[in-house]
Structures are given as C-alpha cells and as structure tokens.
Design a binder for this molecule. Structure first.
Ligand code: ADP
Length: 675
C-alpha cells in the first residue's frame, strides 16, 4: 500500500544458537496507526521490536521503513533512521541516572551527525515537550528523584525530541502502577492523535483495548490481526527528514565531539577514575623521575672524572727492550716525535680533535727569591691544546700560546699552591721561577699565568693540579738534562664527544703496533677504560631503572583497560541507549577511546608534574647529604618527550579493546543485562 510506513514480509530470524524465533512474519503498518503487538512471553515480540528499530540485523525476508529496505542501509543510515524517524520507549525507561531530566531529553540531539550538539531550537523544543508532558517542575532533577510514571514520561519526551514519525514502545507500562500506566498511555494516545504512528508491545489487555489494531504473535508467526476501531484519518504533518551525507574521513570531528561527553563520564565516577588514574600517574612519574635522575646522576658521577676529561684519552708508548727485532715494522720505536707520530694522527683519525705531549719532571725544587718548595711538585711540558683538553683556566695572567710553543719560550703557568708556597704575597707574574732538576741544573721560566684553584684530583691521587708548573714542551725538551724526561712517551688526546675513549685507545694501539711492531709497547690509559666502563654501567643502570618504570606504566595502563572494561559492562545499557538514539558505531568507539585518552592525559600530566617535583625534591635532599652537590633544575626534554609518548600510547592501547567492544555492541543483549 502506498502509505505503508512499516512493511514486514516473510520475516525470519534466528539468534546465534540457530533456533528460529521469527518464522515468516508478514504485516504492514500505515502512517498514523496505533497498533498493539501482543502475544505470550517468548513469542518473539521484543525480537521484532529490535529488528524494526534496526538494532538487530542478519534477518531473512524484508523489513522496510518508509519505503527503504533496512537490509540495504549502511551503519550510518541506520543510525540516522533511529535518530530521526523512530522514537524508542523501553519498559525500563533507560534514563542516564546521573544526568538531569533536561539532559536526558536532549540526548538524541548529539546524534547522528558526528559533531552535533544540542542547538537552541533543540532546547526550545525540549522545553515545549517537557511542558506538554507536564514535566516542567522536574527539569533539573535526576531520574532517581522521579516516580516510575514520571521517568517513563521523560523517556517519551526524549523519544519525541526529533519529532519522529514512528514511536516504538516495548511494554511501556510494564513497570508501572495502574495510575502511572494510565497517564503514560494517555500520553501515547495524545501522540497518536498528533499524527505519530505508535506501535506498542504489551501484555496488558487494558492497553491493547485502547489501540485501533492488535497484532498477535505466537511462536514467531502472526496469529491474528484484529482491527478494533476504524483507522483514524491521517492528518500527520510529520516530515520524513532527508538523509544526511555520510561522514567521511577518520572522524576526527567525532573524536573531538566525544570529549565533553567522555569528560562528563569520568567526572560522574570521580573516585573510581581517580584510583585508576593513580596507576598511570605513578607510572609516568616513575618513568620521568628515573630517566631524569639517571642522566643527572650519570652527569654528576662522570663529572668527578672530568679532570681527565670524559672525552680525553691518555696514551703512552715505551721502547720494548725485549724486542726480538720485528722485521715487519717500518721503524723501531724509541719515543714519540711530535711531527712524526702525533701530528699525523689528526689526519688519520678524524675523531681526534686535539693533542698534547706530556713531559714530566717529578718533584722539582721550585724556587724564587730565596724561597723554595718541592713537596709533591711536578713540572709538565705541554702543548697549548692542553688547556682546552683539560679545561683548566688561569685565574690571572695568560695561558701558554702557540707562539710560546713555536719559539720554545722559557715561560710557565703555575698552580695555586706554587703561588702560595713560593711567591705569596708577591705577585709572581713576570718573575722568573727556577725549576730545579736532578743534577743541579734548572729550567728557569718566566711566570705568565696562575691556574685557578682546582679541587684535589679525585681520579689520580698522585697528582695535585695545584702543585704543577706548566712549560711549553718544546722548551722543556730542550733544557731537561735527564734524557728520559726529554722524550715524549705520554700523549693526552681529546676525541669527539660520543666516541668511546676505550675504543679509540684500542684503535691507536693497533695503529702504532702496526707501525712499530713489537719494538714498542703502546697502551691507552686506564682512565679511558674506567670511564667507558662506568658510562656503560651507568647507561645499563639507568636503562634498567627506566624499564622498571615502564613496567609500572604498563601496569597503570592495564589498570585503565580493566576499569574501562568493567565500566563498559556497567555501561552497556547507556551505550545501547545511545546507539538506539542514533549514535553511530564510530561515536561509541570514540567515546571509549577518548575516555581512556582523557584519563591517561590527565593522569599523565599530573604524573609529569609530580615526577618533576619528586626528582627535584630528591636532588634537593641529596644536596643536603652530599655537601659538594649543588641544587640544579634538571629538565630532560628526551625524558619528558618519551613520557608523553608513553602516555598517549597507554591511552590508545588501553582504550582500544573497550572501544572495539563498544562499537560492536549488540543493543538488545546490552539492554537486557541485569542492572
Ligand atoms: P517476547 O518479547 O515475546 O517475550 P523475545 O523476543 O524476547 O520474546 O524472545 C523470543 C525468544 O528468543 C525467546 O525464546 C528467547 O529466549 C529467545 N532469545 C531472546 N534473546 C536471545 C538471544 N540474545 N540469544 C538467543 N535467544 C534469545
């Protein structure tokens, strides 16, 4: 018939267990009809209700609503149909318990468009309906504060928000006393008289008697179709809205759209959300703290060795007296020569940035103007790179220059203790210091600079950098009387940062060994090995700490996942309801996803702030215990960045399973869950 609004023909349906519930059902319902659907319990009425509402699929036969076969509709079109053309009323009302009457009624306004929100006209219409159904005084109440009949009228008001052509009601008075039943039925009759097509599933003869037509179902088949009163004249002005365009793309709009909703849900169960967030807070805080403190500690520990320079390498070569004479070698090794052995290294090993020979004279007697000092003193012949490699600076005067080196100038820079013991209170700059050697001769030098006072070396207790006299090695090797002291056996190198000193040492050993065979013994300083081992240890240690922290974060994420799943089963009804009111599968997926993302993000931000406070607190505490340690603001962008990525990953991963479950929600099963 031309005006058939709902057309069912030869409808067959079975649940997954294979039992056929509807067995060849055919009927049609016309615009403006008021139809009761009756039949014994278990006959398939509710199944039919959910099929008509496009909340169940995989049926055989035909169902068409307003001329459109529901088989052919996409998920979005079904959502659109539910939202715009059908108003659902359930036996159990299904109101959002913590939302107000007005909020409940406005719920369909959020769908099916992926970013719609209640508009002004929506609110206007909600208020009109509320007024019409006599609910004005309950506007701000929550459902718990209403009687059953009032709650059902709120549910009817919600069904009316989009002015749908069809009202589908599943035992709308089944949970009500007779007085409330009456008022709800009165409302439904009014809707019918306004032109809505109303289909009511009911057991009650009192209800079915008030309907124009009664369809009786038994064992999944139509038992009878009784026209009780004449069909009313259809004076419906209800327009069937035009189908919206399908939303395209990734639905980022839908994700953003779901955020306020997700936020409300989080706030509705504050304690539980807070407890869940705690796990992520601690996890993120722990990741940040361990990573930041790990690198801080590494820096501080290595700083103790900075006197040798973390990126410096001491290298020595000695004549091997037991050499049998290596015929493969190109030369016999006596000692290093600057031009022959050291200078070419820059070209051969691009990782080497600077180099200085180290020539030593041990415990020289330093004297000036009748005062002398020889306690643990040391004279060192160096190239001017020495200062850049070791980082030592002068407190007064100047450093040795390239010119001093080139001209073998008799100049020197003295340590702080030398200043005090030999010169103080006289100004040593420009004075001639005598550096006495074994055998009585001396290396006189003019003092050009005084070194800054240095902490006594922690790495090498034999040398006190405050008791040294630094001379150009060119001058030193010229005037040293002891031939052993004149020759270069030790070199100090600066290598590019990031290059492992121990590995560089091995490469140098290989190079010289290759060149001189066993006529020389070559060796990288033990400090290089120590430092690289220490670095390795510290890296492993902070890596382990971060791994433990990550595990904590994973545990936190599992907590969120768990809560979301528990939450999901508690909220099946709510999600089912949203779906019935026009939420698309994507809405539901994003609702869950944005809830877990929001939970993780808020927990993560608290965790980051907490972690920052915690590690700064720990550093402050450590400065009280370790007097040499100074308080520092540590900000490790890498640690923050990784923690942030971890937050997002946790959020998405922990929301994924609940989101997929929500998307595939079977509304009928969801609605039938026991509360
Ligand atoms: P009515 O609403 O008339 O009481 P229903 O449509 O609720 O009938 O149920 C019809 C039959 O379908 C019953 O035998 C019921 O046990 C069965 N049934 C309902 N839901 C499911 C389901 N999800 N899976 C399997 N069987 C179901």
């Amino acid at each position: 018939m031309a005006d058939a609004l709902i057309e069912v023909s030869n409808l067959r349906f079975s649940y997954r267990n294979g039992e056929e519930i509807l067995r060849g059902l055919s009927f049609s319902i016309h615009k403006g009809e008021l139809v009761a659907l009756t039949g014994p319990s278990g006959s398939g009425k509710s199944t039919l209700f959910y099929l008509l509402g496009c909340l169940l699929d995989k049926y055989q036969g035909e169902i068409s609503i307003n001329g459109r076969g529901t088989h052919q509709l996409s998920a979005f079109e079904k959502s659109f149909l539910r939202n715009q053309e059908i108003g659902f009323v359930f036996q159990q009302f299904y109101l959002l318990p913590r939302a107000s009457v007005l909020e409940n009624i406005l719920l369909p306004a959020y769908y099916p468009n992926e970013n719609s929100k209640p508009s002004k006209p929506d609110r206007q219409r909600a208020l009109e309906i509320i007024d019409r159904l006599g609910l004005s005084e309950f506007l701000d109440r929550t459902p718990q504060e209403l009687s059953g009949g009032q709650q059902q009228r709120v549910a009817i008001a919600r069904a009316l928000l989009k002015n749908p052509a069809i009202i589908l009601a599943d035992e709308p008075t089944g949970n009500l006393d007779s007085k409330s039943s009456e008022s709800v039925m009165k409302t439904l009759l009014e809707l019918h008289s306004q032109g809505h097509t109303v289909v009511i599933i009911t057991h009650s003869p009192e209800i079915s008697n008030q309907c124009q037509r009664v369809l009786k179902i038994r064992d999944g088949q139509l038992e009878s179709d009784i026209q009780q009163t004449a069909k009313s004249k259809v004076h419906s002005s209800l327009q069937i809205p035009a189908m919206l365009a399908h939303p395209k793309g990734w639905g980022l709009g839908a994700l953003l759209h779901s955020i306020p909703n997700a936020w409300q849900n989080i706030l509705r169960s504050k304690t539980r959300s807070a407890l869940t967030m705690l796990g992520v807070c601690l996890g993120v805080g722990a990741v940040l703290t361990t990573m930041s403190l790990g690198s801080f500690a590494k820096k501080k520990i290595l700083a103790g060795y900075e006197i040798l320079g973390v990126n410096s390498l001491q290298f020595s070569g000695y004549r091997n007296w037991r050499s049998s004479g290596d015929f493969h070698a190109t030369a016999t090794f006596q000692n290093f020569e600057w031009d022959r052995d050291i200078f070419p290294l820059f070209r051969i090993f691009p990782d080497i940035e600077m180099a200085t020979p180290l020539l030593y004279t041990w415990r020289p007697t330093l004297s000036f103007g009748g005062r002398s000092f020889s306690d643990n003193t040391m004279g060192i012949g160096i190239a001017n790179d020495f200062f850049a490699i070791t980082g030592v600076k002068t407190s007064r005067g100047r450093l040795l220059s390239v010119f001093d080196l080139d001209t073998s100038a008799p100049v020197c820079v003295i340590g702080n203790t030398v200043l005090n013991e030999v010169f103080f209170p006289n100004d040593p700059i420009g004075k001639s210091l005598s550096v006495g050697q074994d055998g009585g001769s001396s290396m006189p030098c003019r003092v050009v600079g005084i070194l800054e006072k240095q902490p006594a070396s922690s790495a090498d207790s034999n040398t006190d950098p405050n008791r040294v006299v630094l001379l150009p090695f060119t001058y030193f090797s010229k005037v040293a009387t002891n031939s052993w002291e004149r020759e270069i056996r030790d070199i100090l190198l600066k290598i590019k940062s990031g290059v492992d000193p121990s590995e560089m040492g091995a490469r140098l050993e290989g190079y010289f060994q290759n060149r001189y065979g066993d006529t020389g013994t070559f060796q990288a300083g033990t400090a290089a090995k120590l430092i690289s081992q220490m670095k390795l240890f510290l890296n492993i240690f902070s890596g382990l700490l971060a791994a433990v922290a990550l595990i904590a974060l994973v545990v936190g994420g599992v907590g969120i996942n768990n809560m979301m799943l528990a939450n999901l089963s508690e909220r099946l009804k709510e999600l089912g309801l949203r779906k019935a009111l026009g939420a698309t599968p994507r809405h539901l997926r994003y609702l869950m996803l944005s809830e877990s993302l929001l939970l993780c993000l808020s927990a993560g931000i608290i965790g980051l702030v907490g972690g920052f406070i915690a590690y700064e607190g720990l550093i402050l505490g450590a400065t009280k215990l370790i007097p040499d340690l100074e308080f520092e603001w540590v900000f490790q962008p890498l640690a923050f960045g990784l923690s942030f990525i971890a937050i997002i990953v946790t959020g998405v991963l922990s929301g994924l399973i609940p989101a997929m479950k929500a998307e595939k929600l079977d509304v009928m099963e969801a609605m039938r869950q026991e509360a």
